[in-house]
Design a protein around this ligand. Structure first.
Ligand SMILES: *Cc1c(COP(=O)(O)O)cnc(C)c1O
Length: 437
């Protein structure tokens, strides 16, 4: 299967190239030339399949022409070392818990999958060392760094905005050492993302390094995020609920939501999607006005959603031929302030005992506010609340227990390279290793 650029200014490429390039040379995002439709019998028997088997079917539909089936199955099996359980929070509202992986955020799925797929391409291509560049607002860095830790032939460079990620998040990618370097940027997440995007277009850096991206723009991270939408549906069916659910997705760069759209095109029954934003609500504004106006991000309690120019917006536009009317047909939007988030975390905890993280709180609210009587709703709980324990324990007035998965990162020593918010400083560091801080 070929992958085309959403900007359509460069020819389509193979899967291996799309994964290694990350971003297309014309700055577009790669999309599979076809979104395969899964047969009806897959959905008839999905309730009898486990997460790994159903995900192998999905993965083979995309990657089957390019990677041997056994390798796909192995990558899927190694990636999904954890489940994504559907937990009832209250009548009609269920949480799809995506935080049971090693770094306790949904990005473990894409991060682990991409690491395994990339090493499969490096293995047989003999292309030498690859440097993975990743900009993170918190959870991507940890998922990617841990997914790639110790993987032969790959170096990872994580850029993150100084002081704008939680302590636990920071520890998860600044204490690893080995093939992982953390760069602390004196700026915003958008600065980090801009630096990474510029790096891919810089001929000097590309001459010296084989660069690839592990942001949600990479198809090897983006497409595996379809897996857990199917898993959610299978769990509903096991409960005897055959309705097409409403999915509410807490959105930043919109990779997670776009994967849901892809799953729906593959045939997954979905009533509609709700895109939950915090006050960084350029997408909601687009739905309302039909005009997309990126703007600088603002810091909120749900920091992984602090994105002012969501990169996967290009994919959504592409999937709907640029028609805002068609997009409105499938996706509704909503926005929540930090006060809303606090109120929701407290209220849901007191009423039901379920502890949301700030991102999940936006998603819960978005679902609750959108759901009509009789509809089945699922919100994506994208991180464990302990990843934001200072915030969450402040809200509920009680300590948040830290699971062992997270505790083991806390004792490590933070090591970073500090740079300003310009591409020039980043380039200088990469070229000489001496210009920092
Ligand atoms: C990354 C992230 C999001 C946003 O996901 P996108 O795919 O960028 O829209 C939401 N919640 C958490 C906890 C995240 O880490």
């Amino acid at each position: 299967m070929k992958y085309y650029s959403t900007n359509r200014q460069t020819p389509p490429v193979s899967l291996a190239e799309a994964v290694k390039n990350g971003l297309a040379p014309d700055r577009g995002l790669y999309m599979p030339e076809r979104i395969p439709r899964l047969p009806g019998e897959f959905f008839d028997r999905i309730a009898d399949m486990d997460f790994i088997s159903m995900s192998s079917v999905v993965a083979r539909a995309f990657f089957g022409e390019d990677i041997p089936a056994d390798d796909i199955d192995r990558i899927v099996r190694d990636t999904l070392s954890f489940d994504t359980p559907l937990v009832e929070v209250e009548d009609g509202i269920r949480s799809l818990e995506l935080f049971h992986g090693p770094t306790m955020a949904f990005k473990d799925v894409g991060g682990r999958f991409m690491a395994r797929m990339l090493s499969c391409f490096i293995g047989d291509g003999g292309t030498g060392k690859v440097t993975v560049l990743v900009a993170t607002s918190g959870d991507t860095g940890s998922a990617v760094a841990n997914g790639f830790l110790g993987v032969e032939g790959i170096d990872v460079v994580v850029l993150y905005p100084s002081g704008k990620v939680s302590e636990i998040q920071e520890k998860q990618f600044t204490t690893l050492g080995r093939n992982i370097t953390a760069i602390e940027v004196m700026g915003t997440f958008d600065d980090c993302q801009r630096i990474v995007k510029t790096a891919f277009l810089d001929s000097d850096l590309n001459g010296k390094f084989t660069l690839t991206s592990a942001n949600s723009i990479n198809v090897a991270r983006f497409l595996p995020q379809t897996f857990y939408y199917f898993n959610a549906f299978a769990q509903l069916k096991r409960l005897g609920i055959g309705d097409a659910p409403v999915f509410c997705v807490p959105s930043g760069n919109f990779g997670n939501l776009t994967a849901g759209l892809v799953a729906a095109r593959m045939g997954l029954p979905v009533k509609r999607f709700v895109a939950a934003n915090n006050i960084n609500d350029v997408f909601l504004e687009y739905l309302r006005t039909g005009t997309y106006r990126p703007r600088p991000s603002v810091r909120t309690l749900a920091n992984a959603m602090d994105v002012g120019d969501p990169s996967n917006f290009a994919r959504i536009l592409d999937m709907y031929g640029g028609s805002v009317e068609s997009i409105r047909h499938d996706i509704v939007g909503c926005r929540y302030t930090d006060d809303d988030i606090r109120r929701t975390v407290r209220d849901v905890y007191e009423r039901t005992g379920y502890l949301l993280d700030p991102h999940g709180a936006c998603a819960y609210s978005g679902l609750k506010d959108s759901l009509c009587p009789g509809e089945t709703g699922i919100f994506l709980e994208t991180a464990h609340p302990a990843k934001f324990r200072e915030t969450v324990s402040g809200i509920i007035g009680a300590p948040v227990p830290v699971p062992d998965n997270l505790r083991k990162f806390m004792s490590g020593e933070k090591k970073t390279v500090i740079i300003g918010n310009t591409f020039g400083e980043f380039k200088c560091y990469m070229q000489s290793g001496k210009c920092a801080g």
